[in-house]
Design a protein around this ligand. Structure first.
Ligand SMILES: [Zn+2]
Length: 484
């Protein structure tokens, strides 16, 4: 990796270049003086990115910028939800960094626990949409980065990475398939109309953008709707998770069904509840219906929950349904939850992520198992679930890699928990053409939620076989041991 091992002269040169760039950055000068940047500053030239500094060289260049406005370690920068010019610190793959280097600066190379080359860089809040668009257009995937309000937090995130443990750890007892009685009863109960109605409601908001009022009210609707499905159940609770420092006013939503036999084992099913318009990402009034991305995932969870509760089902393990805030701006809600669970020692035994479940066009397989940044053991279990419960119905599967930080399962993987994701079929070229546009609607999915039906069946199989049914079976995932 010679490119990333610059000698002393190169480092000195980088330092000088970066100081010159800092002085010529009129935007930052405006910020530093405390004067609000005029609207014309939106047209400011893109940052010229210095080359990536080596991971082994400390301190990184940005720490010695004289007069810089970078927040000191541990101090949150101005709020990225209210100030479009606030710095945001990104953790991306090295490949993604190469593509966005015109939009970010002060990059330093790092590696996660699996040895994957990462880059921490600084961008601006109002550039996140353009970065997301690059990832979508050029890398043909979603997500692509974790975002933090300070460099210190980004550094701490990478330092504490536990992806290796999450991806390779073998659970002592493994996952078992022995709850057909429950799962087989559930599968025929999925109602396409209910999935349609949930997607239709969520995509009727102007947007579900994390920093807009709609982003908050739509999350509150999800909580109220989930709570209504649990009427009469004193073992089910809902909450708004707000302990996220960079999620603006958007809460994540968590519904918990208390486990009866193994309450300290936690099974998670998650989808993100926010949406974004990639062409107009900083406008709180942007039009971002997000029907497939990811109202379809929330609808999948909602219908799964409805069927399990309507059945009077009581799980052996504790189950948490989660609607994550602010996924589209760097997996913020899920990362806040995963980190908080890790900090308090919650024993999450498995995580299912559903992000986009309702688009299929052409002769492609019905589902794609995401192959990277996931637990090997859980992926194998997903394959067993599919082959046992869905393949007999004529459904087909394949797998695909989605790259670093492509959706919320990556937050759990980073925190050391076994997570995996099942992704929609997409079109012949593998993608959904209307992602992050005003055309992400039910109309462009044939005014139907039929493809989400399959994912709901998969989620029901996952739920029944990981959380199990109270008092009936004894198998299932073992305890995830604490990190050494
Ligand atoms: Zn998404």
């Amino acid at each position: 990796m010679k490119l990333f091992l610059p000698g002393p002269m190169t480092l000195l040169l980088s330092l000088l270049i970066s100081m010159v760039l800092l002085r010529s950055d009129t935007l930052r000068a405006v910020q530093a003086s405390g004067v609000r940047a005029p609207a014309v500053s939106h047209g400011v030239a893109r940052w010229k990115a210095p080359r990536v500094a080596d991971a082994t060289q400390t301190p990184p260049v940005h720490h010695i910028q004289a007069g810089g406005t970078t927040a000191p370690p541990g101090v949150a920068a101005p709020s990225s939800q209210t100030d479009p010019f606030a710095p945001v610190y990104l953790v991306t793959s090295r490949d993604t960094w190469q593509g966005i280097r015109g939009l970010a600066r002060d990059a330093v190379a790092r590696r996660d626990s699996t040895g994957t080359p990462l880059v921490i860089s600084e961008t601006r809040a109002d550039r996140l949409g353009e970065i997301s668009r690059y990832v979508h257009v050029s890398e043909r995937r979603c997500g692509g980065y974790f975002a933090f309000p300070s460099r210190a937090q980004a550094e701490a995130f990478v330092s504490a990475d536990r992806a290796k443990q999450a991806m390779t750890k073998s659970l002592a007892a493994g996952y078992t398939l022995d709850n057909q009685a429950t799962v087989s009863r559930w599968l025929p109960q999925v109602q396409e109309q209910r999935l349609y109605d949930t997607i239709n409601h969520l995509s009727s908001y102007r947007n579900r953008y994390f920093a807009s009022s709609h982003g908050k009210t739509s999350a509150e609707w999800i909580r109220a709707h989930w709570q209504s499905l649990a009427a009469g159940r004193d073992d089910v609770t809902t909450e708004l998770f707000t302990a996220c420092t960079n999620c603006s006013t958007q809460p994540s939503v968590i519904l918990t069904i208390q486990g009866r036999d193994l309450p300290d084992d936690v099974v998670v099913l998650g989808a993100h509840l926010d949406s974004i318009n990639g062409s107009n990402p900083y406008d709180p009034n942007q039009h971002a219906p997000g029907a497939d991305d990811d109202a379809s995932g929330i609808a999948t969870l909602t219908e799964t929950l409805r069927i399990a509760l309507a059945d009077g089902w009581q799980p052996r393990r504790t189950v948490k349904f989660m609607g994550y805030a602010a996924e589209e701006v760097g997996l913020r809600g899920s990362n806040a939850i995963a980190q908080s669970f890790r900090a308090s020692g919650v024993n999450v035994v498995s995580v299912l992520q559903v992000d986009m479940t309702n688009y299929k066009s052409g002769a492609v397989t019905d589902m794609k198992l995401i192959s990277d940044y996931s637990s090997t053991e859980l992926k194998n279990f997903f394959i067993s679930l599919f082959d046992t419960y869905l393949a007999p119905m004529g459904l087909t599967r394949s797998s695909v890699a989605c790259g670093y930080a492509c959706s919320d399962h990556a937050s759990w993987t980073n925190a050391g928990y076994p997570a995996a994701m099942m992704f929609e079929a997409g079109g012949p070229n593998g993608s959904f053409p209307y992602i992050h546009t005003p055309q992400d609607t039910l109309a462009t999915m044939g005014e139907s939620a039929q493809h989400s039906v399959k994912f709901t069946q998969f989620a029901l199989a996952y739920l029944g076989e990981t959380a199990k049914t109270r008092g009936k079976v004894t198998g299932g995932p073992a305890q995830v041991l604490p990190v050494q």
